[in-house]
Design a protein around this ligand. Structure first.
Ligand code: UDP
Length: 240
């Protein structure tokens, strides 16, 4: 029998910013490789892992909208395409170390990746493949955090693991207040009322309505991704 871990199926959200690290290019290959290695170590244990990648290291729609007549929807489509680049990079890295990985995009790019098909994604996971969801929700005006919450609910993942460049959620801005400290746990209500800028409201309310706990943790600390996936205490737990 398989040993039992806290979660059977998880949704890992990797922001674009986290992929860049302090590399001068958009993506730091050392980071994608460390994600791949840690994900490999937990899929070997039988835990199913789906990933939603962001695109902020390449293009953020909201910051470009308005420039040279670029409307928000067009800018957001460019942002969604950016997430596909990250997804393919991550897939190639994972497959280079032998992890079977599928990319599914929220809008069709069938020469490059599978289209998002919920039941097919779940089947891949059951077979031990990692599934990377790209192109966000496929709709402008949303974020990849919202896409992560949505996919998490759709595929019945038990938790959303939000990998970031910070150790967790602080009670105050650590750049301004040296006494700010990391919170162990937090309610959804705290996140929406205290302006803690953890993620956007749409994503938070989607998690709250579907009772999806969210773990916010630092992916730059070696071992953290694997720890978060097996359910060891790391970072801040929201709503759990
Ligand atoms: N985006 C979008 N709809 C979605 C997800 C993303 O339009 O469902 C666009 C949006 O322009 C966003 C960009 O893709 O700025 C990159 O995603 P995000 O900013 O969420 O990436 P992250 O912050 O995780 O790097």
């Amino acid at each position: 029998p398989k040993p039992s871990y806290k979660w059977h199926r998880v949704l890992l959200k990797v922001s674009g910013e986290a992929l860049a690290g302090d590399h001068t290019q958009n993506i730091d290959p050392k980071i994608t490789m460390s994600i791949a290695r840690e994900v490999a170590s937990v899929t070997r244990l039988g835990i199913e892992v789906a990933i939603v990648v962001g695109g902020g290291n390449i293009f953020r729609g909201a910051s470009w909208a308005g420039c040279s007549g670029l409307d928000r929807a067009s800018a957001d489509y460019i942002g969604m395409l950016a997430t596909v680049m990250n997804a393919i990079f991550l897939q190639a890295t994972m497959e280079s170390i032998g992890i079977p990985t599928r990319v599914q995009t929220a809008f069709r790019m069938s020469e490059v990746a599978e289209p998002y098909i919920r039941r097919r994604a779940m089947r891949h996971l059951e077979k031990g493949r990692v599934v990377i969801f790209a192109a966000g929700t496929g709709n402008p005006f949303f974020t990849t955090d919202t896409a992560a919450a949505l996919r998490c609910a759709e595929i019945n993942a038990q938790v959303m693991l939000k990998a970031t460049n910070v150790d967790g959620v602080y009670d105050d801005d650590p750049k301004l207040n040296p006494n700010a400290h990391i919170l162990d746990t937090l309610s959804y209500h705290d996140v929406t009322t205290k302006d803690l800028s953890v993620m956007d409201m749409t994503a938070v309310t989607l998690c709250q309505e579907n009772k999806i706990p969210v773990v916010v943790f630092n992916l730059n600390k070696p071992g953290n991704i694997a720890k978060a996936i097996v359910g060891e205490k790391v970072g801040t737990l929201i709503g759990g």
